[in-house]
Design a protein around this ligand. Structure first.
Ligand SMILES: NC(=O)c1ccc[n+]([C@@H]2O[C@H](COP(=O)([O-])OP(=O)(O)OC[C@H]3O[C@@H](n4cnc5c(N)ncnc54)[C@H](O)[C@@H]3O)[C@@H](O)[C@H]2O)c1
Ligand SMILES: O=C(O)C(=O)CC1(C(=O)O)C=CC(O)C=C1
Length: 364
């Protein structure tokens, strides 16, 4: 017997989930699309087994339904589903970045004979759409589930077992607590990144040297400012009360820096950097959702085509496991900085010795 999984919203997250499930024994994945060309695209890219424009057809006989649309659309989809004859015992889940309002909506709908269990994978990207989907997106990330009180334990276990295909680590959380914490570690950073980019954009309007000189520091902190505007409009409005509290706290942080600068309080500034350094270096290493590997090497490399491949091959030939590569600053004919990240300290040490032997300038 096959297990049918229906995915509504085959974008970055829905498409990535589909790729985790598709081709696995006993699973069949159906995607819901708005337009015929999207349906054809999902199938031709091999993301789903089939795609349909009909909500009814996608949901019919589904064992699991994943709602992967923008947060502002989740309740609408849940309401549509509540009016359909769903398979008894069907598990509906979502991937929305906020959890309290969808949980309340599911409770109010009293879905007959089916179970709603909210979900949120703590992995993603500033990119969107099925083109950005990847079966590896959730590997090693945390995946939050917010089962309502009273949901049968076997339904929860069934969803957890299915999600093993993502290779994520499951965490059970209360929806309100989720929104508080994720508001602070995900939603607030997105606001700060956007505000910072817009502040600099305003200066750049009168002097384009601002964008010309913007280097690694600016790029590192602002990557997420390129995230999808609709997705983030919905998240922030949905988590409004939490975000307002967090932004007031953020104002206090900014005010503290203003005061330290006004007083020329070098000690205070130093202390703030020490405290931030200490906390950041303690962040658990294994999470994809926050800071990735602990063991980084920086090397100076000329910006030649093929340089990344050459270094990866040199390391691979020695059986050294490279977990991530990032070009921090790269310009034609100017030495660039490349960051190589390793999960194991031993791999980092071996890479350092090998690269130094091969005449690269290595900084630890
Ligand atoms: N982007 C991330 O990093 C991330 C991470 C975890 C969770 N999420 C959550 O996952 C959900 C999907 O986000 P995504 O990043 O995959 O977005 P995406 O834009 O890549 O995908 C959204 C999908 O929803 C579909 N859709 C259906 N109805 C829509 C409508 N009315 N308006 C717009 N799109 C509609 C789109 O066609 C698209 O396939 C959101 O609820 C988001 O909060 C996002
Ligand atoms: O890595 C990114 O680009 C992300 O923004 C991923 C991120 C995050 O803030 O960490 C964004 C939204 C989520 O709901 C979960 C994860």
């Amino acid at each position: 017997m096959t297990t049918k999984i229906a995915i509504f919203g085959v974008g970055l997250i829905g498409g990535s989930l589909a790729l985790c499930f598709k081709g696995k024994e006993g699973l069949t994945v159906v995607g819901h699309a708005h337009r015929p060309e999207s349906a054809r695209k999902y199938v031709s890219r091999g993301v789903v087994d089939s795609a349909t424009l009909s909500v009814e057809e996608a949901a019919l006989d589904a064992d699991y339904i994943f709602l992967c649309v923008p947060v502002g659309m989740l309740e609408d989809y849940l309401q549509q589903l509540s009016k359909l004859p769903l398979k008894p015992g069907c598990i509906i889940t979502d991937v929305g970045s906020t959890k309290a309002s969808i949980a309340a909506c599911a409770l109010a709908l009293e879905l007959p004979g089916v179970h709603f269990i909210g979900g949120h994978p703590m992995a993603g990207s500033e990119r969107s759409g099925v083109e950005a989907a990847s079966s590896l997106l959730f590997e090693n990330a945390y995946y939050v589930l917010t089962p309502p009180p009273g949901v049968p334990e076997d339904a929860y276990q069934a969803l957890e077992s299915l999600l093993l295909h993502t290779k994520a680590q499951m965490v059970r959380l209360d929806p309100e607590r989720h929104d508080e914490i994720v508001g602070a570690i995900s939603h607030l950073p997105h606001i700060i990144a956007v505000a910072l980019v817009n502040q600099i954009r305003a200066y750049d309007d009168t002097d384009s040297l601002y964008s010309t000189l913007a280097a690694g520091g600016f790029r590192d902190i602002t990557r997420i400012a390129s995230s999808d505007p609709i997705i983030w409009r919905d998240i922030l409005l949905n988590n409004k009360a939490v975000m307002l509290r967090l932004l007031r706290d953020w104002n206090d942080e900014v005010s503290a820096f203003i005061q330290m600068l006004e007083r020329a309080d070098g000690e205070g500034i130093e202390q703030a950097f020490h405290e931030a350094n200490d906390f950041r270096s303690q962040l658990p290493e294994r999470r994809k959702g926050m800071i990735t590997p602990l063991f980084d090497l920086h090397i100076d490399v000329p910006d030649h085509p093929g340089i990344i491949g050459r270094i990866a091959t040199e390391l691979g030939d020695q059986g050294i496991n490279l977990s991530n590569v990032q070009i921090i600053e790269s310009r034609e004919d100017v030495p660039g900085i490349m960051r190589l990240s390793f999960r194991q300290e031993n791999d980092m040490e071996r890479a350092k010795i090998l690269l130094q032997k091969n005449d690269y300038t290595v900084f630890v």
